[in-house]
Design a protein around this ligand. Structure first.
Ligand code: UT7
Length: 333
């Protein structure tokens, strides 16, 4: 029997309207536009405003784009995997809430917690569900409302993150296009450098943890930077080697948008010119699990059937990885 391949057959994205620009940040903390742009590449990020809105609301908007494009009814969705570190609640999963808000009554759903690599983890898992032959379609959404866990008085983290969601539909490929290979890695000792100190079972929320600002992102930027540059470049290169690919064979690199300098280092290790690298960090900042699908959404019209694309990420955990995707449709049509 021929092996089933899982293809991305549609992409959707959503970013909230409100733009938090570097200029606005200058009025909030001791920073400046020039520092932020040269150290990170970021000019503005989107923030979800509004009482009672969370990651599920960002996700639902991104998924609706897919349903509209494909003429797919919510009841037809078989599985929703949500990659996020900012779930609506500790439990139930944001995937469950998304399905309820969408009316995806026949889907099973769950969350993946792998920080900035979450989308790649979820994509690989979603692809396996299709490849197993048991499921016809899976929606993978990477979404984060980072503004809910960012301390806007901490200039080392608040300049980086933004809110957004991106989603893909996975279906059986008719012609062996799709998710061809993935290398995923994890090293939990990296938690020392990037984590949230309280709110989990080790240190439940208390008045003291709130007063000590322990429910926000804690990051030792320089250490994470060093691991990220090496991790993302190494794994992307390994994926190329393992699939006998040269830079000429690759149409696009879709890197996690954490820092323009990390993206540049990865592209240079792969021997890719900047024209082949999707970069929108200047507009959205680091939206954690959403960066990669948001790029696919924005570049969809430039993608052609058969294009070989490498998706790469590094993030909290540490987690990192790369996936090779052969694009399954001419997106202009
Ligand atoms: O997506 C998840 C994975 N995360 C990452 O990949 C993030 C990786 N890390 C980074 O992107 C960078 O480390 C940062 C963007 C977070 C920071 O950039 P950096 O070049 O590593 O800066 P730094 O932390 O070494 O700080 C350099 C200087 C310091 O001042 P002194 O000690 O040299 O006087 C900081 O206090 O810049 C200062 N600084 C700022 N200045 C203006 C730190 N934040 C700011 C700021 N505005 N917002």
């Amino acid at each position: 029997m021929e092996k089933i391949t899982a293809a991305i057959t549609s992409v959707g994205g959503y970013v909230p309207e409100y733009k938090l620009t570097n200029q606005i940040l200058e009025t909030m903390i001791d920073t400046n536009d020039e520092w932020i742009r040269t150290r990170t590449g970021i000019e503005e990020r989107r923030i979800l405003k509004g009482e009672g809105l969370g990651t599920s609301d960002l996700s639902v908007e991104a998924i609706k784009v897919i349903l509209n494009k494909k003429g797919l009814a919510p009841e037809e969705i078989e599985c929703v995997i949500c990659a996020t570190v900012t779930p609506d609640m500790v439990f139930p999963s944001t995937g469950n809430v998304i399905c309820d808000k969408l009316g995806a009554k026949n889907a099973f759903s769950f969350d993946i917690s792998a920080a900035c690599s979450g989308f790649l983890y979820a994509l690989t898992l979603g692809a396996s569900l299709i490849e197993s032959g048991r499921y016809k379609n899976v929606i993978v959404v990477g979404a984060d409302k980072m503004s809910s866990i960012v301390d806007y008085s901490d200039r080392t983290t608040c300049i980086i993150f933004g809110d957004g969601a991106g989603a893909v539909l996975l279906e059986r490929s008719q012609d062996q296009n799709g998710v061809l290979d993935s290398i995923l890695k994890a090293d939990g000792s990296g938690r020392d450098f990037l984590h949230m100190k309280a709110g989990g079972s080790v240190k439940p929320a208390s008045i003291e943890t709130v007063m000590a600002k322990e429910h926000f992102v804690y990051q030792e930027g320089q250490s994470v930077f060093k691991f990220a540059v090496k991790g993302m470049a190494d794994v992307s290169y390994e994926l190329m080697q393992r699939n006998n690919l040269t830079a000429d064979d690759i149409s696009w690199l879709v890197p996690h948008q954490a820092n323009l300098r990390i993206i540049d280092a990865t592209a240079s290790r792969m021997g890719l010119p900047k024209e082949k690298v999707m970069i929108n960090i200047q507009k959205y900042g680091n939206t954690t699990a959403a960066t990669i699908p948001l790029c696919l959404w924005e570049w969809e019209n430039q993608l052609n059937k058969g294009d070989k694309i490498i998706l790469a990420a590094f993030g909290g955990g540490f987690t990192w990885g790369a996936s090779l995707v052969q694009w399954a449709y001419d997106s202009k049509s």
